[in-house]
Design a binder for this molecule. Structure first.
Ligand code: 5GP
Ligand code: ZN
Length: 115
């Protein structure tokens, strides 16, 4: 997708602070972190959102989740972290290339949603 900012990061056309890369998965620090650890883990394949996932994406999404777990360990989130996948208008997704936020740090995070 030529107009997708995360595809441009995958292609190396715009810079990012990469922390993990393999054939199918890329992870990089969020440009506007909400916590001391805030990384984005993405499939290199352009999948717009969770709403578009299909059975053929099973393997790559497994790799994304395994990478997210590994990155959290490597960034010392030993006491927990939060993974977030915002989807669509209701989920307030901003970038339409599926990504898993990994958010953590030494402090306990605020509640995910207000009741
Ligand atoms: P969403 O709301 O779609 O779940 O989250 C998109 C995330 O991408 C936001 O946290 C935002 O800060 C991050 N982001 C947007 N543009 C860029 C960029 O060019 N580089 C990086 N590293 N992060 C970005
Ligand atoms: Zn993309």
């Amino acid at each position: 997708m030529s107009d997708c900012i995360f595809c441009k990061i995958v292609a190396g056309d715009i810079p990012a602070k990469k922390i993990y890369e393999d054939e199918h998965v890329l992870a990089f620090h969020d440009i506007n972190p909400v916590a001391p650890v805030h990384t984005l883990v993405i499939p290199k394949l352009h999948i717009p959102s969770m709403a578009e996932l299909q059975p053929e994406h099973e393997a790559v999404m497994g790799k994304v989740m395994i990478a997210a777990s590994r990155i959290a360990r490597e960034l010392h989130c030993t006491d927990g972290f939060r993974t977030i996948v915002n989807t669509g208008r209701v989920g307030r997704q901003e970038v339409y290339h599926l990504h898993v936020h990994v958010v953590g740090g030494p402090d306990v995070l605020p509640a995910m949603l207000k009741r």
